[in-house]
Design a protein around this ligand. Sequence first.
Ligand code: BGC
Length: 800
Amino acid sequence: MYDWKHVYDSWVPEEQPLREALCTLGNGYFATRGAFEEVNADEKYHYPGTYLAGGYNRLVSEVAGRKVENEDLVNWPNWLPLTFRHKAEEWFDVNQVEVISFRQELDMRQGLFERKVRFRDSSDRESILYSRRLVSMADPHVAAIEWELTPQNWSGEIEIKSALDGQIINNGVARYRDYESKHLEPLQQGQHNSDTIYLEVQTVQSNILMAQAARTRVYMEPKGEEVQSTLQSEKGYVAQCFVINCQQNRPLRVEKMVQLHTSRDRAISEPLLDACTNIERQGSFAHLLVKHRLAWQRLWNRTDFEIACNSKAHEVLRLHVFHLLQTVSPNTIGLDVGVPARGLHGEAYRGHIFWDELFIFPFLNLHLPELTRELLFYRFRRLREARFAAAQAGYRGAMFPWQSGSNGREETQAVHLNPKSGNWLEDNTYLQRHINAAIAYNVWQYYQTTDDMDFLAFVGAEMIFDIALFWSTIAELNTKTDRFEIHRVVGPDEYHADYPGSEDPGLSNNAYTNVMAVWVIHRALQLLDMIDDSRLEELFQKLSISEPDIARWRDVSTKMFVPFIGQSNIIAQFEGYEQLKEFPWEEYKEKHGESMRLDRILESEGDNVNRYKASKQADVLMLFYLFSSEELLHLFNQLGYTFMPDHILENIAYYEERTSHGSTLSKIVHAWVLARSDRRRSWKNFEMALMSDVEDVQGGTTPEGIHTGAMAGTVDLVQRGFTGLEIRDNVLWFSPVLPEEIGCLNFQLRYRSHWLSLQFTHNKMVVINDKGWAKEVQIGVNGTVYTIKTGEKREFNTNS
Ligand code: BGC
């Protein structure tokens, strides 16, 4: 890692799957893994993958004796292929030559992937191959490769091949290999003009059509005769081959420009026509790079930060921002997509969208709020499906799916394979109804950060009301206790999706779910006072909300049951939690390390994790992550429970000892909730969350796709968690607690039409109300509120 660069300076084939994921290039419209140009997918080191935002397809498979339908983010034709061979010999293969030197760099500032490899083949010919690649942030339909081959000790004829390869399947995740995986039907391929080939494919079920056009030009100085090409074409594959005479020490340069359009695109006539028309208009690689670099510069201007701590942490945080912006960027606007949990970087979780947006949107809200607005529309447009799901389950309102893809249907797989035991298991994690609270929370956070009242009144309120209706109808009154209860749900901790020995899926009264349901209903009630009567009338009519519904909201929001362990102050993760057995943590940590997938380990040992007080990830602690203690105590107070600030610390200590961190989201939450009480432990958790992807801490998950929640969550932890940034009562509050490891922190953020520059050290905080179209801003620092006018700079003593 050097400054803006993520560098690998030796060739380690075993690391290639991880490097491919981490060197993915994308632009929020599509992304391509950092596989080498010359490789085909194998089941060992190389897996070129190209994924389109919203590019899903469904296939029916027969697994574990039953038919199941899954929707996958499709691996689209590989546009990378570019290789060479000496006359009548094998094509270049980095695994078959002696690598003399190797360097691979991901340049995050420019969005450029570079590789320089010096190698010797079996005939003792030495060559240097230098390649640069970009996926244009400036024009989302364009990607390009520049490739330079320099013979070191030989001259002679070589053949260069540039191809588009649609003869591919989804094969990136080993445990999915029993499922059907052929999503693409080749339609046509051929040559458009002397230097351009094309390929057109279509998904077999969703009928998304993609056309790719590739223009390949070969340059050698001094210019000789025109290089002639031949065409190689078969169903789903097209290549152009060039024969060239190479001279020792004279670099041969190849430029491959690719234009990609799909039937999901707007402002096109027909994908193939537009691909071929637009490729002709593209300039050189250098020309593309200038525009691409400027587009990245604009994004970095909005999102970069300075942090004085160990430089590794800084660079990894930058890598996280980089990959997040490659997954969703201003190019995403208009695409009608959400943020896939594993980015556009691999096939894990089939490209589905979960609750991880809860960890991602806070960062986007403060830097690119126009993007969050767009991503929230993805949910808004899927209200129809969510309403249908609620009605099917016997509830009112909207019940969003735990895993979402194309049309908002529930996409959680019915069965999953435990790769440790080889057993197929029922998957009841779809019962994570808390996703609905996350969506409402995201709407509210967006509104809080932007003050976008039009969005709230015309889009957000409809979602919040419909979600509140859902919560108020899934909640059942227990007449004995006069408390509302929620049954048949699963909390964020997926290890407990049913009770030990029970045939029925789901749990009763997951504390996190119940409290979040109350919080959503409170927001719905608050909206009644915020939105003008005429709009309220429209919404009430559209959603069939009447006075008795509102009366029930008031009832549920004051009488929801929250389970506690015995007479203690510990919130029980769910009803009956205290009856579970304690887990022998030391024994298992010694064998499997700090972060473990205990569900898989125990199942392979014939046991079941649901028998133990062992969580996959933060569950109760999510409450302290999402809410300030003031807000939470207020919520509990309204419910008639005594809950004090000290109790929060007791709960953190209790669950810290009972969590296996089997999800990369978990460490973020633990780091966050410890930030004020135990900075050392908080930093330790933060460091582990930070390394989730760069070091692939879960051992094999990152090659299947990055973890967008953990990536955004770590940056957000620094920017909001360690600064105590919170928006409450129209005030932007700060209460910094910089860890000792961070000397200072500077960043810029967008808040309600202002650009604010912020600087933090351990005893000082500086706010500059830079520019924007609002005149003043209310800032609260450690309990006191100040008004800061545009252009004003203020310093505060903080002694964090
Ligand atoms: C976690 C979920 C998360 C999903 C996608 C799972 O392992 O348990 O909380 O939403 O991964 O990141």
